[in-house]
Design a binder for this molecule. Structure first.
Ligand SMILES: Cc1cc2nc3c(=O)[nH]c(=O)nc-3n(C[C@H](O)[C@H](O)[C@H](O)COP(=O)(O)OP(=O)(O)OC[C@H]3O[C@@H](n4cnc5c(N)ncnc54)[C@H](O)[C@@H]3O)c2cc1C
Length: 301
């Protein structure tokens, strides 16, 4: 029986764990990976205290901070269900069932899929959802980035330094996202933006060799060896059946990070808190941990 279980070890979960350790709570972290989306980010220029740091470097710093407190972490273990019965909350993964008096859900978001023929077959065979992780594999090759928002721009900015040619396939009339990032892409010699274009299928033999696109009603084929899908993110909240969510699946929280179920808190990108940023997720994780501590004390657990 734990005081607290933290689900997820991205910026929100890691910060929650540091605060829980400092409150000497008896707790456990159950997580798919360590670092979360922060580890996928390219250049980070908006985390206070670091004028510039790469995503993977910041994720390592977060992990080092967590390890300093010898926090027990069940890695590569995802929560499949969370249930409250009386005062007891159970968290079930594929490997075990854990019991606690309180839980913080900090499971963040995952990439949205394209849903076109060829996507499943070519996943990790040229098609990827992470430019930071897989970009270096496409050195000197022609690649496509699918999307037109900040995630797509971030991926394209990383890839113009690595790939030969980067096509940005955007299904709206103009690129969105941050104007500074957009300008860098538009001015890059090896980047071409295809607006109002949709991918209809992914082609290849063992590996990706091309994408079929439809643009202004005309279908064409673009020869690429890499496809980076950057069309947004969806919350990892499916396992929290009884917790109240908004229409896009984000967990509803109040300003104390409480969900509709007493003892179950949530923090970071998985919640309906406006703006999804590392510093916000970290701050929300700290608040959730302090909230869980107060909940345990006030209920005399
Ligand atoms: C390409 C890209 C670039 C970005 N650039 C920036 C930037 O420059 N500056 C900035 O501030 N923000 C940036 N962001 C946003 C930022 O990374 C997120 O807001 C932040 O990481 C959210 O933190 P989180 O802890 O809430 O969730 P996440 O980072 O998504 O972490 C979620 C954690 O939960 C785990 N998990 C998921 N499901 C389960 C489950 N069922 N059971 C157990 N564990 C689970 C995951 O393995 C992971 O450890 C960027 C995001 C992307 C994708």
């Amino acid at each position: 029986m734990y005081d607290l279980i933290i689900i997820g070890a991205g910026p929100a979960g890691i910060t929650a764990s540091v605060y829980a350790a400092r409150k000497k709570m008896n707790f456990l972290v159950v997580t798919g990976d360590i670092g979360g989306q922060a580890a996928w980010s390219g250049d980070i220029e908006n985390y206070t205290g670091y004028q510039f740091i790469t995503g993977p470097e910041l994720a390592i710093k977060f992990e080092e901070h967590m390890r300093k407190y010898n926090i027990p972490v069940k890695e590569k273990e995802e929560a499949k269900e969370i249930k409250k019965t009386g005062d007891l909350i159970t968290v079930r993964s594929a490997k075990a069932t854990y019991e606690a008096r309180s839980v913080i859900i900090a499971s963040g978001k995952k990439s949205r899929e394209l849903g076109v023929p060829g996507e499943k077959e070519f996943k990790n065979k040229g098609l990827t959802y992470c430019a930071t992780c897989d970009g270096p594999l496409f050195s000197g090759k022609d690649v496509a980035v699918v999307g037109g928002g900040n995630s797509a721009l971030d991926a394209a900015l990383q890839l113009i330094k690595i790939a030969k040619q980067v096509y940005i396939i955007n299904n709206t009339a103009a690129l969105g996202g941050d104007p500074l990032m957009r300008d860098k892409i538009v001015n890059a010699e090896n980047a071409s933006v295809l607006n109002s274009a949709n991918i209809t299928s992914i082609l290849g033999d063992k590996m990706v060799s091309a994408v079929k696109i439809i643009q202004d009603g005309k279908e064409s084929q673009l020869a690429v060896e890499g496809i980076f899908v950057e069309i947004g993110l969806i919350p990892n909240s499916g396992f929290a059946h009884d917790v109240e969510k908004n229409q896009v699946g984000e967990i509803k929280v109040n300003c104390n990070n409480e969900t509709n179920i007493p003892g179950i808190f949530a923090a970071g990108d998985v919640t309906d808190v406006p703006e999804k940023q590392i510093i916000i997720a970290a701050g929300e994780g700290a608040k959730a941990s302090l909230g869980a501590f107060k909940y345990l004390v006030s209920n005399k657990f």
